[in-house]
Design a protein around this ligand. Structure first.
Ligand SMILES: Nc1nc2c(c(=O)[nH]1)N[C@H]1C(S)=C(S)[C@@H](COP(=O)(O)OP(=O)(O)OC[C@H]3O[C@@H](n4cnc5c(N)ncnc54)[C@H](O)[C@@H]3O)O[C@H]1N2
Ligand code: MOO
Length: 427
């Protein structure tokens, strides 16, 4: 039996009207995000960015007829019928190396030694690989006939002049960088890597590496989210912990606006009233919406923009999107993967950062609260997936062992081993 993650009872809206579905929340986020302005970057810097223009072939590729093998440029007619018993013998009149820009002409009845990538001489219509010959210097014996065009790479055989090689919206991986360079491009217009500032909030937070006293924990969220940002190719700046001081939150955010295309906070967004300082401070602004999403973990969420009026004083021309993720580490992690990754792609004019999904068979039972879609930490091994023990939102140990999130739909509360589930593959 298959339990689809996005189709089925309760997927679009939830039984409890006060909760948003995962899809409603994702749509609201994407609707509010505009791509960053394009910039021209040199290829080495553009790697990993998303193209904001089409890249076309400035010239035909290749731009000249050339040899695909080390051998001899010939006229096919001169080696017709050649065989081991009755080789064709041709005088060798020269040699053309790759990069040689000289002008050569093949005289019928002769051969010119030629290297892979070297220009085909005028008058030649085929290349005989050296393996088919005696590798002669002054003259060569050819033991096999060659069709016209043999081992020849014709001008335009890869791409025609003006042909679109890469389309706007394509992320520049190594392969695409190679194409842009082959098209002669030194720089390309891309959406730059988003700069993301990560802040964790909470009086209980202590810097890792410093001693712990009862009542305190080491801050893991800011390191985790900054690392998750970098895993997408974006730039992350981690700001030191922001204490639970309602008056301190907006100034701390404001200070970061100058270097941020996106802000991410963790903590301080549940029901703790004035203790939940992020929610309290941003609610005042009126440009950030707090809601509950029908999922587990990651129920309390906030998203909006800052920079208009209240915080930042930068005016309406610079509005920086902000995510306020829940403080429980696993909640923050899952929220990042589901909501922030697509937003980072949207800032780059792309839609390629959502986690890939596969189907797998549960090796053990899985439980989920009614009306909420669970994302359970699991280990995916081929077509089987095993839910890990320790699924509460603070249980970070199982996060370290997981390579996947098992999706249990809103309308299920328990699934037996053997059921098929959707599984999101973690980066
Ligand atoms: N009465 C209610 N209480 C809670 C509710 C609720 O609906 N009603 N929701 C719970 C859920 S679900 C979540 S998730 C959390 C979200 O809480 P906050 O976003 O306000 O986060 P905090 O209260 O600041 O912290 C929660 C938890 O996470 C630990 N934490 C926070 N920051 C970090 C960090 N940087 N590194 C490591 N751990 C961190 C913090 O110590 C808390 O244990 O609220 C529930 N409560
Ligand atoms: O929804 Mo909270 O995110 O369980 O821990």
């Amino acid at each position: 039996m298959t339990h689809g993650g996005t189709h089925g009872p309760g997927a679009a809206s939830t039984a409890d009207g006060s909760l948003s579905s995962v899809e409603e929340y994702q749509s609201a986020i994407l609707a509010a995000i505009a791509p960053l302005a394009p910039a021209s970057l040199e290829l080495a810097a553009a790697e990993g960015c998303v193209l904001a223009e089409d890249v076309t072939a400035a010239v035909a590729l290749p731009s000249f007829d050339n040899s695909s093998m080390d051998g001899y440029a010939v006229l096919a007619a001169d080696v017709a019928g050649a065989s081991q018993e009755s080789p064709a013998t041709l005088r060798v009149t020269g040699e053309i190396a790759a990069g040689d820009t000289g002008i050569y002409r093949l005289v019928p009845g002769t051969a010119i030694k030629i290297m892979t990538g070297a220009q085909l001489p005028a008058g030649a219509d085929a290349v005989v690989p050296v393996e088919w010959t005696d590798d002669g210097i002054a003259q060569v014996r050819v033991y096999q006939s060659a069709e016209p065009g043999n081992a020849v790479r014709y001008a335009g055989g890869d791409a025609a002049e003006g042909e679109t090689l890469l389309s706007a919206g394509t992320r520049l991986r190594a392969m695409q960088v190679a194409v842009a360079a082959s098209a002669g491009r030194k720089a390309v217009s891309v959406r730059p890597r988003p700069r993301v500032v990560v802040l964790s909030t909470g009086n209980e937070l202590t810097e890792p590496g410093t001693p712990l006293v009862p009542g305190r924990i080491w801050d893991s969220n800011s390191y985790m989210i900054a690392a998750a940002v970098r895993e997408t190719g974006a730039v992350a700046y981690r700001r030191s912990v922001v204490p639970d001081d309602p008056a301190g939150v907006l100034p701390a955010l404001e200070e970061q606006l100058i270097r941020a295309d996106l802000l991410i906070t963790t903590g301080g967004v549940s029901m703790g009233g004035e203790h939940d300082v992020v929610k309290a401070a941003l609610r005042e602004l009126g440009t950030v919406t707090f809601r509950k999403v029908a999922m587990q973990p990651g129920m309390p969420q906030g998203f909006g923009v800052i920079g208009e009026g209240g915080a930042g004083g930068l005016g309406a021309e610079r509005r920086v999107p902000i995510f306020t993720l829940p403080g429980n580490p696993v909640s923050a992690y899952v929220s990042f993967q589901l909501f922030v990754r697509p937003a980072l792609a949207a800032l780059q004019g792309a839609d390629d950062l959502s986690l890939p999904s596969v189907q797998a068979t549960l090796t053990g039972p899985a439980r989920s609260p009614a009306g909420r879609r669970s994302y359970l930490r699991g280990v995916l091994d081929g077509s089987k997936v095993t839910p890990l023990s320790g699924q509460q939102s603070h249980q970070i140990a199982s996060l370290g062992r997981a390579n996947a999130l098992i999706v249990i739909p809103e309308w299920e509360t328990q699934l037996p081993a053997g059921d098929t589930v959707d599984v999101l593959i973690l980066p």
